[in-house]
Design a binder for this molecule. Structure first.
Ligand SMILES: [Zn+2]
Length: 189
């Protein structure tokens, strides 16, 4: 899941202005952002399966995508966000960071541990919708579509006559970014 997280950020931004859009977008992807250095270090890994296409992978992200690990990352991000955007902003960022884990849980194939490093070998979690590509692409597509529509209408609503063209431009840029992220997602992120 890649585009779906961005879609959710756009949906939330259309309703809630406490923190900037880029912060919401970064927050929803933060677990994957932390995952990248660990991937490069070989601490967390991706194991392709099948045709190595969309969702055809087992992701051994046993720290960043463990339930407790995600809660810790969300807590740390929320702590820093609170200092800049107050209590509400802190809670919002923490919730957005943790939303990544929830959305990933829908699609991952039982590879998400409860404790970091899969301590205690507890059962791995993941509903595994990636096994049903049409369903998971549909969910991701709907998040992106809802993000585009809600974001577009919210920027248009807030714009007065003078900055209408700026609002249209930002709506278009956002739609293109979300559309591209969906393509990247489907191509096998
Ligand atoms: Zn992830």
């Amino acid at each position: 899941m890649f585009a779906g997280h961005f879609g959710l950020a756009a949906i939330v931004r259309s309703k809630e202005k406490t923190v900037p859009l880029w912060v919401l977008m970064l927050s929803t992807q933060l677990l994957d952002v932390v995952f990248i250095p660990l991937l490069l270090l070989g601490i967390e890994t991706i194991q392709p399966i099948g045709n190595k296409g969309y969702g055809e992978q087992i992701i051994h992200a046993e720290y960043t995508h463990s339930l407790v690990g995600a809660l810790v990352i969300a807590g740390v991000a929320g702590f820093f966000a609170k200092r800049k955007w107050g209590q509400k902003g802190g809670l919002l960022v923490a919730a957005m960071v943790f939303s990544h884990w929830i959305l990933d849980l829908l699609v991952h194939r039982m590879d998400m541990p409860i404790l970091p490093g899969n301590l205690g070998n507890l059962p791995l979690l993941g509903i595994g919708l990636w096994q049903y590509q049409t369903v998971s692409i549909l969910i991701e597509g709907l998040l992106v579509l809802a993000g585009i529509i809600l974001y577009f209408t919210s920027v248009m609503k807030r714009a007065d006559h003078a900055n209408r063209s700026r609002a249209i431009l930002s709506g278009i840029v956002m739609s293109i970014l979300l559309g591209l992220s969906l393509i990247i997602s489907i191509m096998g992120w």
